[in-house]
Design a protein around this ligand. Structure first.
Ligand SMILES: [Ca+2]
Ligand SMILES: [Ca+2]
Length: 107
């Protein structure tokens, strides 16, 4: 499991009661928009401030998508408003909305 997802989960667990923490680890928790935004940003691996289709694919794979390539294609179609094939900072909200709509969870 990539380190960043581990961090997010630990953060979620921390919100729970300290008693019965093991229980919290097995319950899938939905990502918040803020978590998704931060996660997608970390997948900008070449640091150009935009998410390419390949970077999106890596992000969706990390989210546990069974078909990350297809999901990246669909997400681009939904969120890439100017049609340059990349998700810019301004388009990130659309991408986060798309991911939220599909209910990605921490598990
Ligand atoms: Ca990039
Ligand atoms: Ca774009």
């Amino acid at each position: 499991m990539p380190a960043q997802l581990h961090t997010i989960r630990q953060k979620n667990v921390a919100y729970g009661c300290s008693k019965g923490m093991d229980q919290y680890k097995t319950v899938p928790l939905p990502y918040t928009g803020e978590q998704l935004r931060g996660m997608f940003k970390r997948f900008d691996t070449n640091g150009d401030g935009q998410l390419s289709r390949q970077e999106l694919r890596n992000a969706f794979r990390s989210l546990g998508s069974a078909a990350p390539g297809w999901r990246a294609f669909r997400a681009l179609g939904h969120a890439d408003r100017n049609g340059d094939g990349q998700i810019s900072e301004a388009e990130l909200d659309n991408l986060v909305g798309y991911a939220l709509k599909h209910g990605y969870t921490v598990n």
